[in-house]
Design a protein around this ligand. Sequence first.
Ligand code: ZN
Length: 257
Amino acid sequence: MMTNPFLFIFFLLLSFFSSPAQSPRFKVAAFYSTKGEMDHVDFARDGLYFFDLIAAQQQFTFDATTDWTNLNDNYLANYDVVIWLNDFPQTDDQRKAFERFIGRGGAWLGCHVSAFNLPDSKWKWFNEFLGGAYFHSNNWPPLPAKVVVDDRSHPVTKRLPASYDSPTGEWYQWTPSPRENKDVKVLMSLSKESYPLGVKTIIKDGDTPVVWTNTRYKMLYMNMGHGNKIFSSQDQNNMITDGLLWLGGAERMEVKK
Ligand code: ZN
């Protein structure tokens, strides 16, 4: 109880003149791991910094956790978008909670190794979610590569040039190519000029989509996510920003310099 009338008026004026707290437009939770391949851990660390920054600029909340048991209904109920930076669920409970999250309209941004799956992987739902793509091969060592934008009218790619040099990464080829799925929209692919790509292990040719969405879900997969150079391209950063905003259902706000 505020008994002092002057104090009461003071707080009244304070609340009147201070700008109202801007409510977040959507809420994002990133799941990641600090174990495993160093290049994947480096990417996650850079990703935390990047997403924190654009969360402030674009008015959404960004939380991150290494505890994958947070893939449960209670935790996920707080979020609109889930990012997997460098890992994937390990238990049936976590997988089922994720399926329910997507089923009730939740959105997913998957990076690089988070989509790794093979024909003998037991999580068939996830393979269907991804558009039917199984990991097939990769280049080694990590290298930069020219990528081409398949559709520049899409909200995720609208700020991109027709092609650009994507920073050093490990590129995955998939079988079947997700492009063969009629529900999949491929947004970006390796340029034919990038072949042969690799030294020890080489992607020689073929169709290599690197960013796509399965239009039956709110989802976006991007191959980027290996090493500490991923966020060194402004074009690519724009694509990642616009991708996350698209998943969150929000328009991009002009950033004040
Ligand atoms: Zn990798």
